[in-house]
Every structure is written in structure tokens, then in C-alpha cells.
Write a protein of this length. Structure first.
Length: 194
């Protein structure tokens, strides 16, 4: 059995349909056992969403395991499973957290939902920083898009931007995917190789 050197904690950012998930999968393509953590859940009656999920599953190696969960802190803390972890994606994780906390509602946000969401984001960032596992996470880069028209949309954008920064700070490598092309953000390509 071939041994693989550990990969650094890697965050891949990109816009919608940028190719970030495909590139993340390619980083671990030579690993026979990968735990693919899908945070998107199911959407009853949404045929287009089901088709997207099927396409993602079909392109992954058959030997990879898939778990659908938003309990990312537990996955990152699991030392019994040595398999590398691919998390796809932090934006869908945050959507679930905001759903759970009622954070889309302005009044709820002002009356405790904001603090609850911030606690969950801080716990995830801390688990990411502390994990001994090889981990790759995908997230949407939201800082280059249109300013959302609603307060809830701006809340989501701002919260995801802060979460991305915290995870990036605790990552050894951060990559930006633009039109399927991977750009190294961290470490600087001028100071070290990719």
C-alpha cells in the first residue's frame, strides 16, 4: 500500500460554477480512501439539485466514502479515521447553520441568532485549526460579487466572508479558482512552491 505525504490544510475559494469542487477533488485523486463530507443536504422535489448531487457523486472514485452532515467539528476532531477529508462546502454549511439559528429573520438576528451563528463559526474555525487530519475545504468567494439586495443576504455574505478569513488564516494553503484555473493565494508563490 502506497503511503502519501500529508497535505496541508487547504481551502479552495471560488465563485459559483468556477470549478472549485472539481479542483478540490483532484488534490486528493491519488488517495484511495477519502471521506467526502457533503454539507448540502437534500431538497425534496428539486430535480435540478438532485442532478447536481448525482454528477458530483459520479465523478468521485468509487472507493471514496460520502457522509452528509453539517457536524464538521466532530469530523475534524475524529482521530480514529485516518482518511483525508474533503468538505464541500462551507457556504452550504453556513446556510444550514443560519437556518438552524433562525438567522434569516431580522428580529431573530438582533435577538441572539447573530451570536449563535458567530459561536458556530468560531467553533468550526477552531476545529479546522486544531485538526491533525489532512483536510481540503471548498467555499464560495463572496467578496467579488454584487452586494445582496436584502439584509439577510448581506448578513450571509458578511458572515461567510469572515468564516473564510478565519479558515484561511488557519490553513497552510489557500487557492482561488477562477474559470477552472487555480491561483495560489497562500503561501505566496513568490516565497514557496505550490
Amino acid at each position: 500500500m502506497a503511503t502519501h505525504p500529508p497535505l496541508p490544510r487547504t481551502l479552495l475559494l471560488g465563485g459559483a460554477r468556477s470549478g472549485k469542487s472539481t479542483r478540490a477533488e483532484q488534490l486528493l485523486a491519488d488517495r484511495p480512501d477519502v471521506l467526502y463530507v457533503a454539507t448540502g443536504g437534500t431538497r425534496d422535489g428539486d430535480a435540478e439539485w438532485a442532478q447536481r448531487i448525482a454528477l458530483h457523486r459520479d465523478r468521485r472514485p468509487a472507493s471514496w466514502r460520502t457522509v452528509e452532515t453539517c457536524e464538521l467539528e466532530a469530523v475534524l476532531a475524529d482521530t480514529a479515521d485516518p482518511a483525508p477529508v474533503l468538505i464541500d462546502c462551507l457556504a452550504l454549511w453556513l446556510t444550514s447553520v443560519m437556518d438552524d439559528c433562525g438567522a434569516w429573520d431580522d428580529e431573530a438576528w438582533a435577538n441572539g441568532a447573530e451570536a449563535a451563528v458567530q459561536r458556530r463559526c468560531a467553533a468550526l474555525a477552531q476545529a479546522w485549526a486544531a485538526t491533525g487530519r489532512t483536510v481540503v475545504a471548498v467555499s464560495n468567494e463572496v467578496g467579488m460579487g454584487v452586494v445582496p439586495a436584502t439584509a439577510a443576504g448581506r448578513r450571509f455574505r458578511d458572515t461567510l466572508g469572515r468564516l473564510n478569513m478565519a479558515v484561511a488564516d488557519a490553513s497552510e494553503r489557500v487557492l482561488l479558482v477562477v474559470a477552472g484555473q487555480v491561483l495560489t493565494v497562500k503561501p505566496s508563490p513568490h516565497t514557496c512552491g505550490v
